[in-house]
Design a protein around this ligand. Structure first.
Ligand code: NOJ
Length: 732
């Protein structure tokens, strides 16, 4: 986030001219407030929809009849630094008030949750991370930046880079999975994609790393729950993607809702000041999560709004999302000497720097041309969304090579999710349009001339015997599209049972009794517990929520036009009770085995059903000759990969390390590198990794980085669960 000297001077000049109220105004973010139009408070209305007293449609109707307050008066007085709006006409209207009617004409920064695409929705993050394709991750982010900027949204509340190991947590869908290394690569790619093309102010946005930090470790996977962890676990895992993204230049950070070891992140001086701003040298600003400053009162940490404002500001929280607590209390807090002018100035300087860097002072408005730019989605956006969707699909099982399906085969397509535009989009997509979405049914019709659809079953749907019998009679093969509704993952969507919901397993049983081969295509926002399906269903395709091009992507993989290459960015348990299950767990003194007194369950397999990094292809790959050389500053590890099948395919070669003896218990494996290679049938390639020795250490509980001589193991393979291993003694 580089500023010229002239830009820095402009910020200092503004700071000189601003009143305290105007400074605090910059630290205030508003959302349009809903006013009037219904008889019950807004919160209750949401509850009514959640518990089913009113339907989603009824809620939508009530909302569209309600009036919105866009805070025009406050903007005029210079009291709004940021707003959440996505309509470019409204953006221009409000920006005009800020630029022309407020005393100092400071532009508003408009922000939004653009988590996996704006208009062109691409796969949810847990899926896209499984592509292991950082170039793709960067390109999709850049596309989202351009699309949103054309609507006036210059700030994305993304990427979400919470390491997440408990699949019960609904928000696993929003982030890159369980591994800190893959998470860091994902975080870096997203920052580059969102921020780096500064050739025009229309091409880039400010990223907002979230949720800082530890949110993914919420106890028992229940959203917003408390987080306790040893500090070495924090430094070596949960903090890693944030450090990487700050190093890559992330402009802003959002603090997490949860407490970490007893202090809510929102008022956590150690996290916000000591680690983020001082140790990582983060130059941008920190925003709270929605309502989170006030929630510190509910946590029992702040006595009242004033106390919450004081604690948050002093801890280094630069902007308040949605409570007006800063607006209403900070002036008095400064007058009373509870918050210093330096704290206020620091926050405002950071906020103005991001606005300046975005070019908002000189280009505050959306042009007419930009507004119209994406009226029809350009082909390159659609094809990128399709590429991302295809690369994110993971083939979990393919017994007897049922897949791919011959394009002329008679295919019975079953499952209500196959014919639903809303359900392919995934949690947290706000700017998609129905006309851009291609369902699985539509995709299948284009790929398989003899497909027939038998609507029946779904997460909430009923079984329909008539349709099931007809599906069995018609198809040479049955494709069952089952899984979760979009609303079952994302925020406030934790599940205590992560098997396929509703009566869908019964449906599968019935389909299997028809005697026809069954392919299960899963749509879901989290790892599912698939013990039963893995035993009985011959072919399973993990298709997540893939976005607007889900239909063609799934059809292309089923027909073999695309050879699947996606991998799991999160381990899948066999049973919910195994959660959290993750490949890079610390070793115990009694690693699980067949013997009784070891770390295991009596009624579950030892590890994950499908581990991190796993994913099949329509061809097969073999690994040989892992050679590890101990060079001066690096470890060089080379392995030969051969395509042993009869089709071309892409393999994700993964390189792991284990520190066998150390002063702290270390993970059984840690990902240290990956590379995707394309191989023709029979072709072999040697893939080499160079691990810098300085990256082989770990942080201890005192935040001291330890590089300790001793025995190390190095692993290379196509999955965390299946690798070749070599050992070496290393001195640093
Ligand atoms: C709450 C969510 O936790 C966060 O991810 C999101 O960015 C904000 N609300 C704003 O919508």
């Amino acid at each position: 986030m580089k500023l010229t000297d002239a830009q820095k001077q402009r910020i200092e000049d503004l700071l000189q001219q601003m009143t305290l109220e105007e400074k605090i105004g910059q630290m205030n973010q508003e959302s349009p407030s809903i006013v009037g139009g219904f008889d019950v408070p807004f919160e209750e209305l949401i509850e009514m929809m959640t518990d089913g007293r009113i339907t989603k449609e009824e809620f939508g109707n009530i909302m569209s009849n309600a009036k919105q307050d866009f805070h025009e008066d406050e903007i005029r007085k210079g009291l709004v630094g940021s707003l959440m709006v996505q309509d470019p006409v409204k953006v221009n209207e409000l920006q005009k008030i800020a630029m022309e009617e407020s005393r100092l004409g400071i532009p508003i920064i408009f922000g939004l949750d653009v988590i996996h695409g704006f208009r062109s929705v691409y796969p949810i993050a847990i899926a896209e991370a499984g592509s292991f394709d950082t170039d793709l991750m960067e390109r999709t982010a850049a596309m989202a930046a351009k699309e949103s900027r054309s609507a006036g949204v210059a700030w994305h509340f993304a990427p979400m880079v919470d390491v997440a190991r408990d699949a019960r947590w609904g928000r696993v869908s929003e982030g890159p999975g369980e591994d800190p290394y893959l998470g860091s690569q994902f975080a870096r790619a997203k920052i580059r994609g969102l921020q780096n093309d500064q050739s025009s102010t229309e091409n880039y946005v400010a990223a907002c790393l979230k949720h800082y930090v530890g949110y993914g470790a919420c106890e028992s996977g229940r959203d917003y729950n408390t987080v306790s962890m040893a500090m070495h676990v924090f430094y070596n895992n949960y903090l890693k993607p944030f450090e990487a993204a700050v190093d890559e230049g992330a402009a802003t950070v959002m603090a997490a809702f949860n407490d970490l070891n007893g202090t809510p992140c929102t008022v956590n001086r150690f996290l916000l000041r000591d680690i983020l701003k001082d140790s990582c040298g983060f130059p941008g600003f920190v925003v709270s999560d929605a309502n989170a400053i006030r929630e510190c009162e509910v946590h029992g940490i702040c006595a009242d709004d004033m106390d919450a404002a004081i604690q948050a500001a002093n801890a280094g929280m630069d902007m308040d999302m949605g409570t007006e607590i800063y607006l209403k209390n900070l002036k008095e807090a400064v007058a009373d000497g509870k918050v210093s002018m330096e704290v206020i100035d620091e926050a405002v300087r950071r906020i103005l720097s991001v606005k300046m860097w975005l070019g908002l002072f000189d280009h505050p408005y959306v042009t007419e041309e930009a507004m119209k730019r994406y009226e029809t989605l350009p082909e390159e956006h659609t094809s990128l969304a399709r590429e991302a969707a295809e690369k994110s699909i993971v083939l979990l099982k393919n017994e007897g090579n049922i897949l791919p399906i011959d394009r002329n085969a008679k295919v019975s397509l079953v499952g209500n999710l196959a014919d639903n535009k809303e359900e392919i989009i995934g949690a947290w997509a706000m700017s998609w349009q129905e006309k851009d979405c291609v369902t699985i049914l539509e995709g299948m019709k284009a790929e398989f001339p003899n497909v027939q659809y038998f609507p029946c079953g779904g997460p909430e749907g009923d079984l329909n015997m008539d349709q099931i019998i007809k599906a069995g009679d018609y198809g040479d093969v049955i494709v069952a599209v089952l899984g979760e509704l979009v609303s079952m993952s994302g925020e406030a969507s934790s599940r205590a049972d992560i098997t396929i919901p509703g009566r869908q397993r019964e449906l599968l049983e019935m389909l299997l009794t028809t005697g026809k081969p069954v392919v299960l295509v899963l749509m879901n926002g989290r790892p599912l517990a698939l013990d039963w399906e893995a035993q009985y269903v011959p072919a399973i395709v993990e298709a997540w929520h893939l976005g607007i091009q889900m239909g063609p992507a799934v059809a292309h993989v089923l027909s073999g036009a695309v050879n699947p290459e996606g991998r799991l960015s999160s381990s899948f348990p066999a049973f919910t009770g195994q959660c959290p299950v993750y490949y890079n767990h610390p070793n115990t003194g009694r690693p699980g085995s067949k013997s009784k007194f070891t770390s295991r369950y009596l009624d579950a397999p030892l590890g994950a059903l499908y581990p991190f990094g796993y994913g099949l292809s329509y061809t097969t790959f073999a690994y040989s000759d892992l050679k590890v050389e101990n060079k001066e500053a690096v470890i060089e590890a080379c392995v030969t990969v051969t395509n042993t099948g009869d089709r071309a395919g892409k393999e994700t070669v993964q390189f792991y390390m284990q520190d066998v003896t150390a002063s702290l218990v270390r993970p059984v494996k840690e990902l240290k590198g990956f590379e995707k290679v394309s191989l023709e049938p029979g072709e072999s390639k040697t893939v080499c990794f160079w691990l810098e020795k300085k990256d082989m250490g770990f942080w201890n509980n005192e935040h001291v980085y330890c590089l300790e001589d001793g025995k190390f193991r190095f692993y290379a393979g196509g999955s965390s669960g299946d690798c070749l291993m070599a050992e070496a003694a290393i001195r640093f």
